[in-house]
Design a protein around this ligand. Structure first.
Ligand SMILES: *Cc1c(COP(=O)(O)O)cnc(C)c1O
Length: 369
């Protein structure tokens, strides 16, 4: 039995007729941009997350860059974020000319350690970007407290956490702006490039709308130099179909995660922790094992996919050398990168498949011990 890390085909088969007719509807109308599908998606996703405004955009990276621009953050400004994330978080900061400043993560939740924020502040600090990594919320209240105290913007990178909750509210509703990638592999994913910014601030919403469409509100009248960062109607139509399934898919992921954790607790070094008062929607299911590379090799021989999210922390990437970080500066981030492994996780996993993965991990880890 071959079990991939993620299986987009399995999901597509389950919604194919709905998706095909949604695409056909867009093509029949030939309204390809900024049309009814985008408006419907913006409204439904914003209200799902408890926000006033949704501004659909071209992808998650652009969403963060536009959010920074809407907050007037650019050259000379510093933005505090984590190194344990996908590179896009930092690319967006660099894209607007600002400088990332990294803080370490909490060892159990893999998200921003707010206790380190004070030490990372400077007179140039303008914003904090926490990342709700793997589908688990960052500890937003203390992060927001620090931001308020120092007059900083908070931009949530919620690209891996569509629907996750923190103290009774969905992530995306805490910061000044929240950014979601809607890349195909995400819990809510289009079949091309897509992303969305959420906010409850009318002025920020208006800036984002203008920025994503060439700095223009009226055709050929350009208030500022913006970007071509719109989401197309076909993607929005697909997302409207998928939106109706999001909660069910997240619940299926949670059920799979629970089974994995019950079976692997005590076998692997750590199974995922869920913060008190939070829900985890398991974009990826990550455990730690000491002989990680050996486990990956073994699973691969059994036809079982696995991943590492992510093998090299951003501050140690060749692309980020010029920021001046060296090994040892973010010890928790650096340590977890050596041991993390992501096991197959997608809603359509069957109990048979789950058992094959669990047995594979047990066989390998117990043989190594
Ligand atoms: C996927 C992702 C992004 C980037 O999204 P794209 O849509 O691929 O540009 C940003 N941040 C995180 C944490 C992500 O997982």
């Amino acid at each position: 039995m071959s079990i991939p890390l993620n299986d987009l085909q399995a999901q597509f088969s389950s919604i194919k007729p709905e998706v095909m007719s949604a695409i056909e509807g867009v093509l029949d109308s030939m309204q390809l941009f900024l049309g009814p599908q985008n408006r419907r998606f913006e409204q439904s996703f914003a209200s799902y997350c408890g926000c006033e405004y949704g501004i659909s955009v071209s992808n998650g990276t652009d969403a963060i860059a536009l959010a920074l621009r809407a907050c007037h953050i650019g050259a000379g400004d510093e933005v505090i974020t984590v190194s344990h994330s996908f590179i896009a978080t930092v690319e967006a900061i660099a894209q607007v000319g600002a400088t990332p400043v990294f803080v370490d993560i909490e060892p159990d939740t893999y998200t921003m350690d707010w206790r380190q924020l004070e030490g990372a502040l400077s007179e140039h600090t303008r914003a904090i970007i926490p990342v709700h990594l793997y589908g688990h919320p960052a500890d937003m209240h203390p992060i927001l407290d620090c931001a308020r105290e120092h007059g900083l913007r908070v931009i949530e990178d919620a690209s891996q956490a569509h629907g996750a909750m923190y103290q009774g509210k969905r992530v995306g509703s805490f910061g000044d702006i929240a950014c979601f990638s809607l890349y195909c592999s995400k819990n809510l994913g289009a079949y091309g490039e897509a992303g969305i910014c959420l906010t409850s601030d009318a002025e920020l919403a208006q800036s984002l709308r203008v920025l994503r469409d060439h700095g223009s509100r009226i055709l050929y009248q350009h208030e500022i130099l913006g970007a071509n960062a719109r989401m197309d109607e076909i993607q929005a139509a697909i997302l409207n179909v998928k939106m109706a399934h999001l909660d069910k898919w997240n619940e299926q992921r949670q059920a799979h995660a629970q089974l994995y954790s019950e079976q692997l607790q005590g076998i692997v070094e750590t199974v995922p922790t869920v913060r008190e008062g939070a829900s985890h929607i398991f974009y990826v299911y990550v455990v730690q094992v000491r002989e990680r590379d050996q486990l990956r090799q073994y699973l691969s021989e059994q036809g079982i996919g696995s991943g590492i999210h992510y093998p090299t922390p951003i501050h140690l990437q060749p692309a980020c050398q010029h920021y001046g970080y060296t090994r040892g500066m973010l010890p928790i981030t650096e340590a977890v990168c050596e041991r993390i492994i992501s096991l197959p996780m997608y809603p359509e996993l069957t109990s048979e498949q789950l058992q094959v993965v669990i047995d594979g991990v047990k066989q390998n880890v117990m043989a190594v011990v």
